[in-house]
Ligand binder design. Structure first.
Ligand SMILES: Cc1cc2nc3c(=O)[nH]c(=O)nc-3n(C[C@H](O)[C@H](O)[C@H](O)COP(=O)(O)O)c2cc1C
Length: 217
């Protein structure tokens, strides 16, 4: 058996890799296009089966997709720290839905790692559904908890760790390669395209001592 190593050899990998590349953070949305609750539930249902340290599965989710709850969540979110002249999405461009992720830290050996795996799974699922997503870690915990009614049992014991903002994208986001100056800050160009620099393969792939046998031919 030969393991494929290129997009040409594996259309499935090509599609997967393209999905990962296209799933850039989105911060402006078609607020007028509703996201069905069933879609949010399907995304959570996918995150539910992700790997989890010791399989403790400490994460819980609260979703909303209606104007009243969305309006309660939005003011507590912080957007795009590198875009100094932009105060976040305006009316009409705000997220149409949210997934709040909560964590029961008791006995969970790897809550942050579990969170990252689940969040990226939801973001990729959203991309596959034609939705954009922004993971938001900078937000007012008390404000979002109050907006979603997460202060009473059984939720009160859980930490609110991340908010995922979702909706049909209303902005173009593109990948770039980090330049010689090493600047990793995303920016918005004159056309309004969001540009995200990523380090090239050769700068993230470390040489192993002595080299790998296959590299020596
Ligand atoms: C854990 C985490 C927290 C983040 N928190 C915020 C946030 O509070 N506000 C925001 O606008 N973007 C937030 N982001 C999005 C990052 O800014 C974004 O991932 C980064 O700029 C790279 O862009 P990309 O997602 O398109 O690759 C967060 C991303 C991660 C992974």
């Amino acid at each position: 058996m030969t393991v494929p190593h290129s997009f040409e050899q594996s259309p499935e990998f090509a599609a997967f890799a393209q999905c990962v590349r296209d799933a850039r953070t989105c911060r402006r949305f078609r607020e007028d296009v509703a996201v069905p609750l069933a879609t949010l539930h399907a995304l959570v249902d996918t995150a539910r089966v992700c790997p989890s340290g010791a399989n403790r599965q400490p994460l819980r989710y609260a979703v909303c997709a209606d104007a009243v709850r969305n309006g309660g969540v939005f003011p507590h979110l912080r957007w795009a720290a590198y875009l100094k002249d932009w105060g976040g999405p305006v009316h009409g461009e705000r997220p149409a839905a949210y997934i709040a992720v909560l964590c029961d830290r008791k006995g969970a050996p790897t809550p942050e790692i579990d969170l990252g795996i689940a969040a990226q799974t939801i973001q990729l699922g959203a991309q596959a559904l034609g939705l954009g997503c922004c993971m938001i870690g900078a937000f007012d915990r008390d404000g979002v908890r109050a907006a979603l009614g997460l202060n009473a049992p059984p939720h009160a014991e859980l930490d609110l760790v991340l908010v995922l903002a979702l909706g049909v994208p209303a902005e173009t986001r593109v990948l770039e390669t980090v330049g010689a100056d090493g600047d990793i800050r995303y920016r918005r160009d004159a056309e309004g395209t969001h540009r995200v620099p990523k380090r090239p393969l050769e700068s993230v792939l470390l040489p192993v001592h002595g080299g790998n046998a296959q590299e020596k031919g």
